[in-house]
Design a protein around this ligand. Structure first.
Ligand code: URA
Length: 202
């Protein structure tokens, strides 16, 4: 239902959807964010990667995964021999949610209502890109795609078909790797992330 209900008559292409999303007011996050950060990548991409939401840098640049988490993601993709130019990269939530703290804007996790409101756009991206596989990066993406809150540990690393037959593969969010303080643990988790991306790309 998610995909078939998704395409209103004035949104007949990914470009239409992107243009409409730029004016999105489906949840209150648009009020403070700089801009909608829509997904990017070729329309026929084989794999779609779904992150959580844009971060500070993504909010300013208008592109997904260009900040610190994006650097971890890009390096892991390269090691997994996946060409970023050939995959579709997007987020479960398309506006930056943050708390002002002095001059800084601290990331806040989107809630279930925000995730649900933004599934409309992810549904359109899925309908137009029609990927063979969707890789959820972290719990928010998995929540959006499965329609329920899950823990990463319970769904990580096994491909499961979604209702339309698309395969869903869940792995960690790259910023999780950035937050690990223990050096050996960070190296091990990064290696596992690369191995999971490699598996998803096969
Ligand atoms: N984290 C995400 O989940 N998505 C981005 O685009 C950037 C950081």
């Amino acid at each position: 239902a998610l995909v078939s209900e998704a395409a209103p008559a004035d949104m007949l292409s990914l470009a239409d959807a992107r243009a409409a999303a730029s004016g999105c007011t489906r949840c209150p996050l648009y009020e403070h964010a700089t801009q909608t950060v829509f997904g990017e990548g070729p329309e026929g991409a084989d794999i779609m990667f779904v992150g959580e939401q844009p971060g500070d840098q993504e909010d300013l640049e208008g592109r997904p995964f260009v900040g610190p988490a994006g650097q971890v993601f890009d390096a892991a993709l390269a090691e997994a021999r996946i060409d970023r130019a050939r995959v579709y990269v997007t987020n479960a939530v398309k506006h930056f949610k943050f708390e002002p703290r002095g001059k800084r804007r601290l990331h806040k996790r989107p809630d279930g209502g925000e995730i649900a409101a933004c599934r409309f756009w992810l549904g359109l991206e899925r309908a137009f890109v029609r990927p063979r596989m969707i890789v959820a990066l972290g719990a928010t993406a998995a929540h959006s795609l499965l329609g329920r809150a899950v823990t990463i540990g319970s769904v990580r690393g096994v491909a499961q078909p979604l209702e339309d037959g698309t395969l869903l593969f869940v792995t960690v969010h790259p910023s999780y790797i950035l937050r690990i303080r223990d050096r050996d643990a960070a190296i091990a988790e990064r290696a596992r992330f690369v191995a999971e991306l490699t598996e998803a790309g096969r």
